[in-house]
Structure formats: C-alpha cells, structure tokens
Design a protein around this ligand. Structure first.
Ligand code: FAD
Length: 460
C-alpha cells in the first residue's frame, strides 16, 4: 500500500518519511464544516478557516491520501497565472475585477513563500521566476504581442521583463531560444511536499483528515462514505479533476490529463549544458503547453501533452513505456539536446479539472451550506491558495477585497459540459488543432503568422 503511493510520481517517491495513510473514517460523525478532497484547495481552505475561527470543527475527507491528485503530481510552477483570465480582461464588465484578481495573484505567490516558511513546510520554494521562451519566429511574434498586451493592461517590468536572445541564453540555454519574457511572480516548488506539509500543518491546527475515505454522495447536509456518514452544516467540494465521480456534479468539471517525466539528477557537465543560473521554471510558447523546472536535487521535471478520455474517464496508473512519454522525453531533449543520454527515472500523469467556461470559480451558497473551488486547469498551484482564502471569507461572512474578483459566485461556473460524444469530439478536436497549428508554425517559419492567426480562430 505504501509503495502504491510512493510510485505515483517522482514527487511522491522523493517525499521524506513514511507515506503512511491516515485513518479511514469508519463511524458516523458530525462537524461544522466538511471538506471533500485533500489537495491544495481543500487544505488551504481548512487552513484559512482555522485562521479566521480556530474553534471551527473541520473534517477533510480524502478518497486516497492528501496530495494524491493534481496537487501531488504537478509541474511545480507556483505561478500568478489564472486560467482564462484573458477572457475577463477582454470583457469591459469584468476587466477591472480581473486586473484586481491578477494583482492579488502576484501577491499570493509571495504569500505562499512566507506562509510555508512560517509553518515550516519545506516545499523547496524558490521564486526565481518563470521563463517563457520563443524557439521559432511565430512564437517570438506571439510573445511580443502578449507582452505588449500586458503592458497595455498596466503590468510593468517588475512583473514581466522582456529578454532578447542573448539575455535569455545568459539565464537558460534552450536550443534555438530567440528570446521571451521572465515572469517574476512564479516560484518553483516540490508539489507533493507542499501538499503533504500542508496536511500536517492543518492537522496540527486541529483539523481532522481522513484518508482512503471517498465521499460517495452528498444529500441534505449528509455526506455518505463507504463505512460512515458525516453530518455537516457546511460542505465544500474541492475534488477538481475527480469531480465527475460525484453525483450531481458530474458535468461541472471535466478531467484533462497532463503527462510528466523526471530525469536523474544532472551532473555538473549536464547542468552546464542547460545553463541554468537559478531554479527558473521554463517553457516554450507552444499552444500545447510545455512546462519544466529544475528541482532542488538538480533533476529536470518536465511535462506536456494532454489527453481527454471518453466520458470524463480518469486514469490512475501510467506506464513509463507508453509512447506518450517518449514524446514528453523527446520534447525536453529538444530544449536541451546536450542532455541526450541522460537517464529518465520517473514518468506519470495526472488529471486537471476544466470548467466549461474554461475559468476557475469559487462558489458558496449560504442557504444550502454548499460551496466549491475548482476549474484551475493547468494553473492551480498558486490560484488554489487565493481561491481557498476567498472560499474561507465567503463561508465565514468576511468582507474582504478578495470578494471583488470575477471568479466569485460567477454564473458561468454553473455552465455544464456537453453530453458525450459531443464533449469528447470537442475536446479532442481542440487539442488536435492546437498541435496542428503548432506544427505549421514550426515548419513554415516566417510565412506562418498569418496562416496561424486564421487557424487560431478555429479554436473554440
Ligand atoms: C501533471 C500536472 C501538471 C500540472 N502542473 C501545474 C503547474 O506547474 N502549475 C500550476 O499552477 N498548476 C499545475 N497543474 C494544476 C494544479 O496541480 C491543480 O490545479 C491543483 O493542484 C488543483 O488542486 P485541487 O486541490 O483543486 O485538486 P487536487 O489536488 O486534484 O485534489 C483533489 C483531491 O480530491 C480527492 N477526491 C476526489 N474525489 C473525491 C471524493 N469523492 N471523496 C474524497 N476525496 C476525493 C482526490 O483524491 C484528490 O486528492 C498541473 C496538474 C497536473 C495534473
């Protein structure tokens, strides 16, 4: 059993100490607040609820172990980016609130740094920033446009700095790097250390966590588990990519899988090949996202490629020999051809939660006592922190500046996914188109921008 969890990812495998599951809930209990899911969203919500009112009786119910889901498996970009915020920027009705959200997200990255330090959560937090790198002319064009747009929105050099090819190479020697920008508000973290450390921390604050205790149903303030029932006035759902397993929430979020690999620790020569000056997170500007980081023990953890399984299926195990991991490994080697021959020690995947609006939401209904935070897609390491603070504000009736953000109780959060097979066709089409457009951009160099602009319009 212990090995099953250790083998999930490099992150779980490199956790210190025992990975012994906490007790299963096997008797009926009552609580003030029940939180379903022990990822960052659930655990930070418990943390901030306890900060506001230490007397609250809070239980967290987790189907596997804390950090089993995306929170233990991700790329460790603790970044200020919020999925779908661009859509809010473009909407005059939401623009001001979206700018406010973005500013709060800048602060949240730093806050995670000092809260984890204060709580002795050793998650290898290192705010060296994120490098978004162009490796062909089309990407360079798009990155320049992106930066111009960010400047128009009022974000300055202290947030995003342009780096020409030489300046970028001085920080990280990515093959064919033509320049790009550095986002200051991003830290590299060890994701599972953050999740597991946070679980220990909230437990010390008096929160009860039950592991291997899946919630099967929530009805009239009663949560039903295989061997117990929990009665709680307030129940909060933070099950993200796994939400489709919960009755009545099946179509709110859908799981998209992303795939990752980790190398063995790089030796001095290999490190010199990559040119890492600090622990930057890095990616190129592909539409089908790529993301990497240098871990504290000098490996590269790297991910890309997403898949959707018919009927919102969720994969729980991954075989490093699967062809998709060859693609991920080769994509990393295209960044750093000098690493050819490096050993890869781990390969894994994980499910991210995607809302139909393609935007995350924080929702609470005081009359039913039910709430959620979810839909973070590939940008949830930092966003879950702010969302959890916001959810704690809503539940306890605090009036904070966090509530003036477009993701709070947004009507769009109630949009549901189309039934199958339309969902499968739509998502598969979008991902295939992204890959095709990327390929055209790589192959056709300077002719591609106009063609790609037209093709981009075909993306839903
Ligand atoms: C491979 C990968 C790479 C990523 N990279 C990044 C990145 O670099 N940067 C970034 O910002 N974001 C990244 N993300 C996204 C980020 O990890 C997530 O947005 C974030 O972790 C979501 O946290 P969460 O607490 O909402 O969900 P999760 O961490 O998924 O937690 C949900 C929990 O609920 C539990 N659960 C589910 N159903 C039940 C039930 N019925 N009863 C009880 N418990 C249940 C699950 O077991 C799980 O532990 C990545 C995600 C993946 C998968």
């Amino acid at each position: 059993m212990i090995n099953r969890y250790r083998q999930l990812t490099f992150w779980h495998d490199s956790l210190p100490g025992e990975l012994q599951p906490r007790p299963v809930l096997d008797r009926d209990i009552e609580a003030d607040i029940a939180i379903v899911g022990a990822g960052y969203a659930g655990l930070w919500t418990a943390y901030y609820l306890k900060q506001i009112d230490p007397s609250l009786d809070i239980v967290v119910l987790e189907a596997e172990i804390a950090g089993y889901g995306a929170s233990g498996r991700n790329g460790g970009w603790c970044s200020s980016h919020v999925t779908g915020i661009e859509k809010w920027f473009e909407d005059p009705q939401h623009k001001a609130a979206a700018l406010h959200l973005q500013r709060l997200m800048f602060k949240t990255v730093e806050e995670i740094g000092w809260v984890t330090e204060k709580e002795s959560i050793d998650c290898h937090f290192d705010q060296s920033g994120a490098l978004e790198i162009a490796v062909q002319a089309g990407q360079l064009n798009r990155l320049k446009q992106e930066l111009a747009h960010l400047r128009e929105l009022g974000f300055g050099e202290e947030d995003y700095q342009w780096l020409d090819a030489g300046e970028m190479k001085a920080l990280l020697d990515v093959d064919g790097g033509l320049g790009g920008f550095r986002l200051s508000h991003c830290a590299a973290v060890h994701p599972a250390r953050l999740a597991r450390g946070l679980a220990d921390c909230v437990e010390r604050m008096g929160v009860k966590i039950y592991e291997q205790s899946p919630v099967l149903n929530i009805e009239q303030k009663v949560l039903t588990l295989p061997a117990a029932r929990v009665r709680a006035e307030i129940n909060l759902i933070t099950t993200e990519g796994y939400t489709a397993n919960l009755a009545k929430h099946r179509k709110r979020l859908t799981p998209i899988h992303s795939m990752m690999v980790a190398t063995e620790p790089l030796n001095q020569e290999q490190l010199a090949e990559t040119g890492f000056k600090q622990r930057y997170t890095f990616g190129n500007f592909d539409r089908a996202t790529t993301y990497g980081q240098l871990t504290a023990d000098k490996r590269i953890a790297f991910g890309c490629r997403g898949t959707y399984l018919f009927g919102s299926g969720i994969r729980t195990s991954f075989d490093p020999a699967e062809p998709v991991f060859d693609i991920v490994r080769n994509t990393l080697l295209q960044f750093f051809p000098g690493l050819r021959g490096v050993g890869f020690t781990h390969a894994w995947g994980g499910a991210m939660g995607v809302a139909r609006s393609m935007q995350p939401s924080v929702h609470f209904n005081p009359s039913t006592g039910q709430g959620w935070a979810g839909g973070f897609f590939g940008s949830g390491v930092a966003a879950t922190h702010l969302a959890a603070q916001t959810l704690a504000d809503l539940v306890t009736g605090q009036d904070t500046e966090r509530l003036q953000t477009p993701w709070v109780n947004s009507p769009d959060a109630h949009k549901i996914w189309e039934p199958e097979p339309f969902r499968w066709v739509g998502i598969r089409y979008t991902r295939a188109m992204m890959q095709v457009i990327d390929r055209i951009e790589y192959r056709s160099g300077r002719f591609s921008p106009a063609v790609c602009r037209v093709l981009d319009r075909l993306l839903p």
